[in-house]
Design a protein around this ligand. Structure first.
Ligand SMILES: [Zn+2]
Length: 340
């Protein structure tokens, strides 16, 4: 997986895109759009599941006969570009059935945006994208959530709405989740031919984290509990904790199944970074657990935060993830909170 997805990234993404969806290279501008604050890249994951990168946090899209379901919405500033890429992809998929080129099938409406947590790089596009869903749709397809709006319904764990509705300055009403859940939740009907399951992970990256599990495709979107580009951010102010982070990574390992040895099988889509499998999650879980154990030991010896930082408990992984200071501080404070 590492070889396939990091070293030969650009080439293979192009090849995989063409072979997975039967599209020609000439039809791939969605993956190559440039401009403004970055480049939006569309990468096929498996079947009708796509990863849209470059808009902030990763956006995951399920695109098929029932319409579009998105996991997260990127930064506000990139929402227009995301919509453009999405419409392009959507149109290509709708018209990939070998019909005459004069026959244009309208793209499917955006039905759902599921927010994995509250951070602005995952929820910033909510307003623009959900409204865009509204203009091309006639209603919520499954009737599962509310049906208050015609078009994209924003779904999140209750804590996400609680915190976003208290944001200062206040967020526009249309950017807030309109349907929430507390414990685990599933869409009551298949969406694009498969079950979609929402799993709440308490007090991990934040207190409102959701894993979105596309059960038929066997793909799990993790939000920022799992990322490949940095240490985890334990957002204490928004209810995160290191124990919750480890519990959530362990739950991910319970859900995922390898195809051969520890490779392949369930695909794990991180909040930031490349497409992963169970081996990548195991590596990350081990790293977080070892760092937590080291810091716990140092705290037993009454070392201060400054002393713990100076002892570099993340040194083994710093070449890969960069400075460990913010992570060390998060773990330290989280453990200190737990002791109280
Ligand atoms: Zn986050």
């Amino acid at each position: 997986m590492k070889n396939r997805f990091s070293y030969l990234w650009a080439t293979l993404v192009g090849l995989a895109m063409a072979s997975a969806s039967g599209l020609s290279f000439a039809q791939l501008p969605a993956g190559q759009q440039k401009g403004g604050g970055g480049q939006i890249r569309v990468e096929p994951v498996r079947g009708h599941i796509y990863l849209i990168a470059g808009a902030g946090g990763n956006i995951i899209a399920s695109i098929g006969p029932d319409g579009v379901l998105l996991v997260d919405s990127g930064l506000t500033a990139n929402a227009g570009k995301v919509l453009e890429a999405l419409n392009q992809l959507n149109r290509e998929i709708a018209n990939a059935g070998g019909l005459p080129t004069t026959t244009v099938i309208p793209p499917k409406p955006i039905r759902y945006i599921i927010n994995t947590h509250l951070h602005a790089d995952h929820t910033g596009g909510n307003e623009t994208i959900s409204k865009a869903g509204r203009t091309i749709t006639g209603g919520n397809v499954t009737g599962e959530f509310g049906d208050v709006a015609e078009g994209a319904t924003i779904v999140a764990q209750q804590a996400v709405l609680d915190r976003m509705s208290q944001a200062k300055p206040p967020l526009p009403f249309a950017a807030l989740p309109e349907d929430t859940y507390h414990e685990d939740k599933k869409l009551s009907h298949f969406f694009n031919g498969e079950a979609v399951v929402l799993l709440h992970q308490p007090r991990a990256h934040t207190d409102g984290d959701t894993f979105v599990w596309f059960r038929g495709s066997d793909v799990i979107a993790t939000g920022d509990i799992f990322v490949t580009t940095s240490y985890p951010f334990i957002d204490l102010e928004n209810g995160g904790s290191v124990q919750g982070e480890i519990d959530a990574l362990n739950r991910l390992l319970d859900l995922a199944v390898a195809e051969f040895r520890t490779e392949g099988g369930t695909l794990i889509l991180p909040g930031h970074g490349r497409i992963c499998d169970i081996a990548d999650v195991a590596y990350y879980r081990d790293m977080v657990t070892i760092v937590r154990d080291r810091i716990q030991e140092m705290m037993k010896r009454d070392m201060t935060l400054e002393q713990v930082k100076a002892a570099k408990p993340t040194a083994d992984w710093d070449p890969r993830y960069g400075s460990g200071d913010r992570f060390v501080e998060g773990v330290y404070r989280s453990l200190a909170n737990a002791k109280r």
